[in-house]
Design a protein around this ligand. Sequence first.
Ligand SMILES: [Cu+2]
Length: 373
Amino acid sequence: MQKLNRRQVLKAGGTLGAVGAVSPLVMAAKSDAATKDDMKSMKRVRQTLVAPPFAPAYDQNYSGSPKIVEVELTVHEEKRVIDDDGTEINALSYNGSIPGPLMICHEGDYIELTLKNPASNEMDHNIDFHASTGALGGGGLTLVEPGQQVVLRWKATKPGTYIYHCAPGGVMIPYYVVSGMSGAVMVLPRNGLRDRAGKRLSYDRVYYVGEQDFYVPRDEEGNYKTYETHAAAMEDTFAVMATLTPSHVVLNGKVGALTGDGAMKAKVGESVLIIHSQANRDSRPHLIGGHGDYVWEAGSFADPPEEGLETWFIRGGSAGAALYTFLQPGVYAYLSHNLIEAVQLGALAHFVVDGKWDNDLMTQVSKPGPIPA
Ligand SMILES: [Cu+2]
């Protein structure tokens, strides 16, 4: 294991940078399209980002000309509690939520991001948008030191759901990602979502569920350790990361974040689009008592959705989307169907659905009672 001194920790993109290295060619290409006249006349929309599982305001049926969607992310370096036992980590996040907020635009739009790294932070950060094209997904053009901001604009050419994450170079890439620095973008097709026969699919609600694996070191007695700083935590954390065995796998940053008061809500008859991201590890979303009516498992809206799935697969480093119309009321568990990860490590959420029970779909023919002799 490579040991890091403080200087290397703080200048992650510099000394560790094989993966994050940016060539002069890439840098030279950055100032070109930005000055075009059609850019100046293009409609601008300010999208106020919100904490997941909620989505920002947007127009599902937008069919106008391409627009520039302005968004802003601020890097937070702060301690966060990630379970009910009070386990505290030195988290990293975009806008203070894990996952970072969902951004939504339409195919052909531009996302114009202002990325701020406040002077109170200690480390360099950047952003790699999987939906974008070039310069390490923008990672090569967005590295900001504490006290700096940068503005990046990229064209959303591919409809689908995609992750974004911090990628400052070398071993800092997985470290930052498993500290919380990822989120998702949804690029809607200009003619809307379609089934495989080409029929329009719409939805009443959208929820964004970001799955996050954490690797919290333990002491000799098995208790989780806390560290004053990232520099102090890194060596032990890298050792746990190298086992590929997370201490926590959670939905929305904390065990139980999307249960109880945080449960997602819907009504019988409503169609809900669930976006599920995992920036580092594979996952197997499953809705107990329901289905994936239409599932874009790999996240590409250019592909027809699969239909009627029981469980779908989210490959590490991607976001997928599932559309389901709730038909029965009740509390539904939405989880990773690696049940150990769901129940013991935390990858479990709830939907609370109001409405009228359909006896045709399910009925208890007789209550539990003695087996007749
Ligand atoms: Cu970062």
